[in-house]
Design a protein. Structure first.
Length: 290
C-alpha cells in the first residue's frame, strides 16, 4: 500500500534518519518501536507532511508521489497530546473540525464507533484521558482514512483506558483500516500488532512480522520447587543455557524445542513447576538497543 525508500533527515549536524526504507501492507497493524530519540516520531511527522526530509521517495499503490504530503488525503493522524475546546462537547468539537476538513462524516455514527455515545452534553474539560484519546481517534477518522497513524496514543492511559483503546483499534483494523502505531509498551504492542519495525540510531535495526517473531528463538525460564542439582547444571551447560538461580534455569529455544527440554528434565527427575516464555519483542529490543 505504502512504500518509503531512502528516507533521511538531519537537524544541523545531527543525523535523525539514515536512508531508511520500509513498506506498509494494506490492513496491517505496524508497531513502530525504538528508544527515545531513535527517530520514530520524526518518521510519523514526515508521513504527516509536518517535517520535510532531506531525501526519500514515497510510493502509494506502487505509484511514486511528488512528496510526502500526498499521504494526507488517505491518512488520519494522532500526533502528540490531543487538544480540544474544553467548554464544548465532543460532538461540537468534531463539528468544527468537520467543517475545516470539509468532511461528510456522520458524527453520530463516528461517536458510536469510538464509544462516546453516552457523553452528548458532557464538556470535554470533564473528560478522562481515555475519553480524550477516543475523541482524538474520532478526529483522525473524520475523513474516512484508509490509514491511521498514531504517535504514542497510549500515553497517560490507565489500564481500563488502555484496554478500551486497544479494542477500538482492533475493531477499526477489522473494518479495513491500516494502522501504524508508535509505542514504548512492548508487551502490549506484541499482542496488538502483526508487524514490527525497530528504529535504532536512525536506522532500521529490525523489520519483522509477528509470525517470524513467534518462530524465532526466545528465552524460556524453567522453575523448580527443589534446588537444582549438578545433573541439571550439566544439562543446562550442554544446551548453552544459563543458571538464573538455585531453582531456575533459562534456555534460548525455538518453540518446537520447548517440549523436548521439558521431557529431558522429567527424565532427570526434575519436573519444572513453571515454564515461562519471556517476552519475545522485549528480548529482541534489548538485544539490539543495549
Amino acid at each position: 500500500m505504502i512504500k518509503v525508500e531512502n528516507l533521511s533527515l538531519h537537524y544541523g549536524k545531527q543525523n535523525i534518519l539514515n536512508h531508511i526504507s520500509f513498506s506498509v501492507e494494506k490492513e496491517n497493524i505496524i508497531g513502530l518501536l525504538g528508544p527515545n530519540g531513535a527517530g520514530k516520531s520524526s518518521i510519523i511527522r514526515i508521513l504527516a507532511g509536518l517535517v520535510y526530509p532531506d531525501s526519500g521517495k514515497l510510493f502509494i499503490e506502487n505509484k511514486i508521489q511528488p512528496d510526502f504530503t500526498s499521504l494526507r488525503e488517505q491518512c488520519g493522524f494522532l500526533i502528540d497530546s490531543p487538544s480540544f475546546y474544553p467548554y464544548l462537547t465532543a460532538k461540537q468539537n468534531l463539528l468544527l473540525i468537520k467543517k475545516i476538513n470539509k468532511s461528510d462524516s456522520d458524527l453520530e455514527k463516528l461517536l458510536i464507533k469510538v464509544g462516546l455515545t453516552d457523553v452528548n452534553k458532557k464538556k470535554v474539560k470533564h473528560f478522562s484521558t481515555g475519553m480524550k484519546q477516543r475523541l482524538a481517534i474520532a478526529q483522525a477518522l473524520l475523513r474516512n482514512p484508509e490509514i491511521l497513524i498514531l504517535d504514542e496514543p497510549f500515553n497517560g492511559l490507565d489500564p481500563n483506558g488502555f484496554h478500551d483503546l486497544i479494542n477500538l483499534l482492533k475493531e477499526l483494523n477489522k473494518s479495513g483500516t491500516t494502522i501504524i502505531v508508535s509505542s514504548h509498551l512492548l508487551n502490549e504492542l506484541e499482542q496488538f500488532a502483526n508487524s514490527f519495525i525497530l528504529i535504532h540510531k536512525g536506522n532500521i535495526a529490525l523489520n519483522i512480522s509477528k509470525e517470524e517473531l513467534l518462530q524465532s528463538k526466545k528465552r524460556v525460564a524453567f522453575t523448580f520447587v527443589e534446588e537444582i542439582t549438578q545433573k541439571i547444571i550439566d544439562y543446562t551447560q550442554s544446551k548453552d543455557g544459563k543458571i538464573e538461580s538455585n531453582s531456575q534455569v533459562i534456555f534460548q529455544l525455538y518453540p518446537y524445542e520447548i517440549a523436548t527440554v521439558v521431557n529431558d528434565l522429567v527424565k532427570l527427575k526434575y519436573t519444572p513447576v513453571n515454564v515461562e516464555t519471556l517476552n519475545i519483542l522485549q528480548e529482541k529490543y534489548l538485544e539490539i538497543t543495549v
